[in-house]
Write a new protein. Structure first.
Length: 139
């Protein structure tokens, strides 16, 4: 059906970012901010990564603390490279939140500044890689 080609997905939900394919890989943004959401998006994009699956993610402050190490474990298990960054720490200490996430994924890189974490993930990207920027959707 030709009309299907015209449909655009929801912003921030498995949203492919145009222009990065020239680097040989693809970049996606997704609002995944829960363990289930992160697991779903990484499982959905794994088949599209003929190279590495790289994820940038964090956990919000003043929210469910128990999910933080779970999200780290999921990222460590499903992604080839995990980068833990800040995701709206609110009134909590951002470094403490990152440490709680990394408890589930001790091999993850830690880059507190979200823009810098995204830049680093894109700089790692090679032919066939997929970068997933999770947690804040299209923000």
């Amino acid at each position: 059906i030709p009309a299907l080609e015209l449909i655009q997905g929801a912003q921030g939900r498995l949203q492919r970012i145009p222009g990065e394919a020239g680097r040989g890989g693809e970049v996606y943004v997704d609002y995944a901010h829960t363990p289930d959401g992160l697991e779903t998006v990484l499982n959905a994009l794994r088949p599209h990564a003929t190279g590495k699956l790289i994820v940038v993610f964090g956990a919000g402050g003043d929210r469910d603390r128990a999910k933080r190490p779970l999200m780290g474990e999921i990222a460590g298990r499903l992604a080839d490279t995990a980068i833990v960054t800040d995701d709206n720490p609110r009134s909590e200490d951002a470094a403490a939140i990152r440490a709680q996430v990394r408890a589930g994924c001790p091999d993850a890189l830690e880059i507190g500044d979200r823009r810098e974490a995204i830049r680093h993930a894109v700089s790692l990207m090679r032919e066939g890689d997929v970068v997933v920027i999770a947690g804040k959707g299209h923000e």
